[in-house]
Write a protein that binds this ligand. Structure first.
Ligand code: GLN
Length: 295
């Protein structure tokens, strides 16, 4: 049977209808939006041009590529791995299957960090920032871009992730203010002191990961899995923290799963006895970040 996507003379509208239907049938909740995004990606057009030319015919090669991309998405490959892009804090970042896909919830950490900077004008620039487990470089790159005067050290255990992170630093034009280190947690940073420490570590509990959407299980397990109670990696980082934070004033921001907020808060209180520790909620009202501040 002939499908719309296989006809060389199919219009954008016909392809969009076909693509959305295929995604809906595959159980993709956001099939309307994702269909548009796939089409825009394959045709390399923005939303305005897509809708302005909705009755325009599509080249057979592009239609064939849309069909391949749609099949991948219908196979529950994350959209960001197909398009190779994900927006975060208003910037388009590159992602590959070697890195966790940036989540909108992580923008909370950026907001809390920027708020801290505005409340601490006494901190002399450049603010020294550590991003532990940088992955795609999302936090490192965003903070370097948001805070003109910042110098960032970003660490990851995965060489493949660091390739993506360096690429993102170049894309956003902040590569001269970020150093990337391959290593375990804070180990490469031990001789330095930071006023800001980010840790979006693997924090998903084993049982949560088993029950997760198929898309999540396409992401690198080493970026997600925090062991039985979700705290394995936080537990390893906690004893390293005192040696890297600036004792005269600093903020540490740990992204968390709502299930791990109490455990993470306890570990941070123990690791940084002079810090005040609090939990912040995301826009969905869920505990998403543990903040430790030393004044
Ligand atoms: N927020 C991600 C998820 O729930 C997990 C990210 C992480 O482990 N740092 O899938």
């Amino acid at each position: 049977m002939e499908r719309e996507g296989e006809r060389g003379d199919a219009s954008i509208r016909e392809l969009l209808v076909w693509c959305r239907a295929r995604l809906k049938y595959a159980g993709i909740e956001e099939y309307q939006l994702e269909g548009e995004l796939l089409l825009q990606h394959v045709l390399e057009i923005d939303p305005a041009r897509m809708f302005a030319g909705i009755n325009d015919p599509v080249e057979p090669e592009a239609a064939a590529e849309l069909r391949r991309s749609t099949d991948r998405r219908a196979g529950r490959e994350p959209l960001a791995y197909i398009t190779g892009r994900k927006a975060f804090y208003g910037r388009e970042l590159e992602v590959t299957p070697d890195v966790l896909i940036p989540r909108p919830e992580t923008e909370l950490l950026v907001e809390l960090a920027l708020c801290w900077v505005s409340k601490h004008p006494e901190v002399p620039p450049p603010i020294r920032i550590a991003d532990i487990g940088t992955g795609s470089g999302t936090l490192a790159v965003t903070l370097a871009a948001e805070l003109g005067a910042a110098s960032v050290d970003a660490v990851d255990l995965s060489p493949a992730a660091l390739v993506v992170a360096r690429g993102n630093a170049m894309r956003i034009g902040v590569e001269d203010r970020i150093e990337f280190y391959e290593g375990d947690l804070a180990a490469p940073l031990e001789r330095q002191r930071y006023q800001m420490v980010f840790a979006n570590l693997p924090y998903v509990r084993s049982d949560t990961l088993e029950a997760a959407q198929p898309e999540v299980r396409r992401e690198p397990v080493m970026a997600l899995l925090g062991g039985e109670d979700g705290l394995d990696v936080v537990r390893r980082l906690a004893p390293m923290l005192e040696a890297v934070v600036d004792p005269s004033g600093c903020i540490a921001l740990f992204e968390i799963d709502p299930l791990t907020f109490a455990g993470t808060a306890d570990l941070l209180s123990e690791a940084l006895p002079t810090a005040s520790v609090r939990v912040e909620k995301d826009l969905a009202g869920l505990e998403r970040c543990v903040v430790a501040e030393i004044d």
